[in-house]
Design a protein around this ligand. Structure first.
Ligand code: ADP
Ligand code: MG
Length: 620
């Protein structure tokens, strides 16, 4: 694995020895594509200009890139030689009969072939570089996104982030690969002008009169077009968001019978896009005739002045033809130079947004020298832990809880009291602000994240399923698990029976986010997924809230046998779930306010009685 970054920013933990081998049975088990991944990352030096920071990525494709630029240079040089040859051929072979026409024709054909072949090759290499740079940027960003901490996702709207990243990647890619090409074209323009000067300096200057006007008109047009194209993009993104919300939120839309309102909302957004496109077309329509016809004015000037010179015998007739061709060649760089500036501005803005993501440092990182947790017995300690999601609000204040290896503890508290937060700290989704979380006495900040999450398993209350088969979803953490192991985990989670009634059993593909399953079924698959990993410390965060009481008792039975050898923290509301634990801990205002058996707490803690009464009223 090559190093991705210039300096010693900690990289994502990626030890090949640990990464699960890709398994054909589990498409999510690992990365296995033919794309080898980016060869370089952006420069980490934020003081550099944006293109200097992107440069390492382009430099990593330098062979193809340099080949494409040189070939396009060669192709254009061949093209510029043709009018010059034409000039000689017409004046000397056709008009004056002093040279061989046949030779000139063969030479022109040969040059045309050379120009054509190098043009094809240069385009091939250019597109290859362009799309490889794009793929690099894309995987750098997505890789970085997977690496970032939970706190980042609390802050940003990930959907918008990703769609924005796509257009930003495109504009940086376009500029960084096509800008050099435009520069090459400009050089060629200079060369063409050189040839014109050599043929006739005065006529060359006359012919060039329109070029600065062309340049200015080009810039002016883009200056009005530029904001419109931004507006178009933003409005297209609006449409995409509405469509996305309507597809993902279709259940809400339909249940409130808001289809018509949504259709109107979409129609409005679509019309706003149409307005932007029409405006764009109008501007182009107004300006394009100038751009197209100004060069004709140049040609007319050449014909007028050149014609007089030919009549007076001071210029060969071929020169007029050659000038004609050169003027057409010069047109492109003069128009494109203006575009280059605009593309540059857009690419700069895009690159800065990309950097915003790539410069984001994950808050939870492995410290250098972190070691693996091995042979975990399962003692879990929260030592005077304080924590808040932001600087203002402390969720846990001096939270102190010690759980022995093999113990089962129920954590109870009002909604919003911080129970889920406790679970998130144990798996180090966030870092504590004060105090420490320890597994077997090891501070979770000292051990590798991989080994911590292998040993402390958490089942979240909102289980996320991938759009793959049920079996693959259960095997997510252990891609190599055998069918028997998967089944055993499913049985323990009381999921086996309902899975076998699905059309394809374990091979049934669950719909997007598991919507084809009921909430309780999703929760059972999520429990099976964690049980398969068989972590010594298991945390169930409201993981059975949507499961029927009698099914829950089946799970408890299975967990009961499993739990004897494992530490379990159950976050729950129902008495049936709480009864699973011999020890109950009540959390309030960020600290432990009561600790004992169910009966002790019922007698001694008013809050506990209150919470239980509450959940009974709610029907749990
Ligand atoms: P519980 O699981 O006990 O219902 P949580 O631990 O989920 O409570 O939340 C505790 C408090 O922290 C709540 O006030 C909640 O609003 C806040 N909170 C939870 N998650 C986040 C988050 N990702 N960002 C900011 N605040 C959060
Ligand atoms: Mg919660």
């Amino acid at each position: 694995m090559t190093r991705r970054y210039d300096d010693s920013v900690p990289n994502p933990p990626r030890s090949p020895s640990r990464a699960p081998e890709p398994s054909p049975a589990n498409p999510l088990g690992g990365v296995h594509s033919t794309y080898p991944g980016p060869r370089a990352g952006i420069s980490r030096d934020t003081s550099l200009s944006w293109w200097r920071r992107i440069l390492p990525i382009i430099a990593s494709h330098r062979v193809a890139f340099v080949a494409s630029i040189s070939l396009s240079f060669a192709s254009l040089v061949f093209q510029t030689l043709v009018p010059n040859l034409l000039n000689g051929a017409i004046t000397n072979a056709v008009a004056r009969h002093t040279a061989s026409l046949q030779r000139a024709v063969i030479e022109i054909i040969a040059l045309g072939l050379l120009a054509g072949v190098s043009g094809v090759l240069s385009r091939h290499y250019l597109y290859r570089t362009a799309y490889e740079v794009e793929a690099d940027l894309r995987s750098l960003i997505y890789e970085h996104l997977t690496w970032l901490s939970f706190s980042f996702y609390d802050r940003v709207q990930s959907g918008q982030l990703i769609s924005r990243a796509n257009s930003d990647i495109r504009s940086v890619q376009m500029y960084s690969t096509f800008a050099p090409l435009i520069v090459v074209q400009t050089f060629i323009g200079v060369l063409a002008f050189g040839f014109m000067l050599r043929i006739d300096p005065l006529l060359a200057c006359i012919a060039m009169v329109v070029m600065p006007i062309l340049y200015v008109v080009g810039i002016k047009m883009r200056r009005v077009l530029f904001p419109i194209s931004w507006i178009t993009q933003a409005r297209l993104a609006d449409v995409a968001t509405i469509v996305d919300e309507n597809v993902n939120g279709v259940r809400v839309v339909k249940s409130f019978a808001q289809e018509e309102a949504e259709i109107n909302r979409l129609a409005d957004a679509a019309e706003r896009v149409a307005w932007a496109y029409v405006k764009d077309a109008q501007i182009r329509g107004q300006w394009s005739p100038w751009l197209q016809n100004l060069p004709q004015l140049g040609l007319a000037l050449v014909l007028a002045f050149g014609g007089i010179m030919v009549i007076h015998g001071t210029l060969g007739v071929g020169a007029i033809l050659a000038f004609n061709a050169y003027l057409l060649m010069l047109q492109a760089p003069f128009m494109m130079l203006g575009q280059l500036v605009m593309m540059g501005q857009r690419a700069k803005a895009s690159a800065e947004r990309i950097f915003e993501i790539l410069d984001e440092h994950p808050e939870v990182v492995e410290r250098p020298g972190a070691y693996d947790l091995v042979d975990v017995r399962g003692a879990l300690d929260f030592e005077h832990v304080s924590f808040g999601y932001g600087p203002d609000l402390e969720v846990l204040k001096d939270f102190d809880l010690h759980i022995d290896a093999g113990e089962t503890v129920a954590l109870v508290g009002r909604t919003g009291s911080g129970k889920s937060t406790v679970a998130r700290l144990a798996t180090r989704f966030y870092d504590v602000t004060e105090g420490a979380v320890r597994v077997d006495g090891h501070d979770v900040r000292d051990v590798t994240m991989w080994s911590l999450r292998q040993n402390v398993g958490v089942v979240l209350d909102e289980p996320f399923l991938f759009s793959v088969t049920v079996g693959e979803n259960i095997a997510y953490g252990v891609p190599h698990a055998s069918l028997d192991e998967i089944e055993a985990a499913a049985r323990a989670a009381a999921a086996h029976d309902f899975i076998t009634t699905l059309p394809d059993g374990y091979d049934t593909v669950v719909g997007e986010r598991g919507y084809t399953l009921s909430g309780g079924q999703r929760q059972r698959i999520a429990i099976a997924r964690t049980l398969l990993v068989n972590p010594p410390v298991l945390i169930l965060d409201d993981a059975t809230s949507a499961i029927d009481v009698h099914v829950e008792s089946m799970i408890h039975e299975a967990l009961g046998t499993l739990m004897s050898s494992r530490t379990t923290l159950v976050i729950a509301h129902r008495i049936s779930t709480i009864a699973l634990a011999r020890r109950v801990v009540v959390l309030d205002e960020g600290r432990v306010v009561a600790d004992g058996t169910h009966d002790e707490l019922l007698a001694g803690s008013r809050l506990y009685a209150e919470i239980l009464a509450q959940t009974m009223v709610e029907g749990h």
